[in-house]
Design a protein around this ligand. Structure first.
Ligand SMILES: *Cc1c(COP(=O)(O)O)cnc(C)c1O
Length: 386
């Protein structure tokens, strides 16, 4: 199906609601039946009928259809957060005694799920350098059931060879899961490479306006049904119809937002790389990136996220540079309209916290929808203090 069809029409049945161009927010917790036969049908297949909004709501269902189509998946679930989507996809595929192989620097709460939470239930894990297929294969044990990927990740952007990973997972009977938030389905569709489940934080690009937290899981009908009837219905990890409606609205411009963010980030990353006060820039589509060839092979672009190392070892200099930036908001997250910066320095000297595994001169930028030249002018001013 054409991307334009998905974003503009697919999943919407306008004749059911007065041919309104925008879908309605069906703000209802439950749905009534005309007769017992229909009631019975809905009870037998709650995922595909309208019985109760914890299971399936018509507004959320429009979004679900669009997201599944975007990833080339048979079905999808829309949930309350990206972290929740990750947890559900993993937990549906493990039991006590199982082992998970995961890339070594996943999203922080993925790491916490594996290292801090699942050990309580007797599930172990190994973090591996996912850049090397041999490392992944070496970590697999007889009790391994899940291979968890994130390509690229969100601070240093290491990639995994998705086709190679899918083949390893198939050979060892593992469920392969990928956090595909960075590329979004516009730039990378892991199911086409043979990955079983794709999870996203829709908080980032899918919604794209920094006003909703949500997550999605995409996969085969069978796998989605399994997650639905265990984790989803039991843990009640759902979003409101109104939030789903906002994300549908966000999706109308997904393609143009993601492309603009990528192109602007590439332009700024290239400019920074040439600047004498910059030691190094990490961005998957810079020719200097160690996995540039793999990026070109399996991705059509990437998120407007890059990481910069200033030519300094002093935390005061990094802080002074950061403080001079006027056009980047100082905030976590990414994927919205607004450009952002997260300085590693902020994670140093936090009472009760270990310092991060990154140096003080490192800053992670996100480029939103502003004019890239206007952002470059801001960086140029701030770099004067370095
Ligand atoms: C933000 C993020 C998450 C978590 O998503 P939430 O919607 O905040 O729960 C997971 N993975 C990646 C790569 C992220 O950037």
């Amino acid at each position: 199906m054409h991307l334009s069809e998905i974003l503009t029409h697919f999943g919407e049945e306008r004749k059911n609601y007065f041919n309104a161009v925008a879908p309605p927010v069906i703000q209802s917790s439950n749905f009534a039946f005309d007769n017992i036969a229909d009631f019975r049908k809905a009870i037998s297949d709650e995922l595909n009928h309208h019985l109760y909004t914890r299971g399936n709501n018509p507004t959320v269902e429009i979004l679900r259809k669009k997201v599944a189509a975007l990833e080339g998946a048979e079905d999808a679930l829309i949930v309350a957060s990206g972290a929740g989507a990750i947890a559900m996809a993993i937990m549906a595929n493990i039991k006590t005694g199982d082992h998970i192989v995961c890339v070594q620097s996943p999203y922080s709460w993925t790491k916490n799920l594996l290292a801090g939470y699942l050990p309580r239930f007797g599930v172990s894990h190994t973090f591996v350098d996912g850049r090397y297929l041999e490392e992944i294969e070496k970590a697999i044990r007889p009790e391994t059931s899940v291979l968890f990927l994130e390509s690229p990740n969100s601070m240093t952007f290491e990639l995994q060879d998705l086709r190679g990973c899918a083949q390893i997972a198939k050979r060892h009977g593992l469920v392969s899961i990928i956090d595909n938030a960075n590329c979004s389905p516009i730039f990378q569709r892991p199911i086409e490479h043979g990955i079983d489940l794709v999870v996203h934080t829709g908080t980032k690009y899918l919604n794209g306006h920094s006003d909703v937290v949500n997550g999605v899981v995409c996969g085969s009908k069978k796998m989605i049904q399994k997650i639905f009837s265990s984790e989803m219905m039991t843990l009640g990890n759902i979003i409101s119809p109104h939030d789903a409606w906002l994300i549908i609205r966000g999706l109308r411009t997904l393609e143009m937002r993601v492309k603009k963010s990528f192109e602007s980030a590439l332009k700024i990353a290239e400019w920074l790389e040439r600047h004498p006060k910059i030691e190094k820039v990490l961005f998957p589509f810079l020719p200097s990136f160690p996995q540039f060839e793999l990026a070109k092979k399996q991705m059509d672009g990437c998120a407007g996220l890059f990481t910069v190392f200033l030519k300094t070892e002093k935390i005061e200099v990094a802080e002074a540079f950061f403080a001079k930036l006027k056009r980047f908001l100082f905030a976590v997250s990414w994927g919205g309209h607004e450009s952002l910066v997260v300085p590693t320095a902020a994670f140093y000297n936090v009472p009760g916290k270990e310092p991060p595994p990154y140096p003080v001169n490192m800053l992670r930028f996100y480029v939103g929808l502003e004019d890239p030249d206007w952002l470059i002018a801001d960086l140029e001013e701030a770099l004067k203090v370095v």
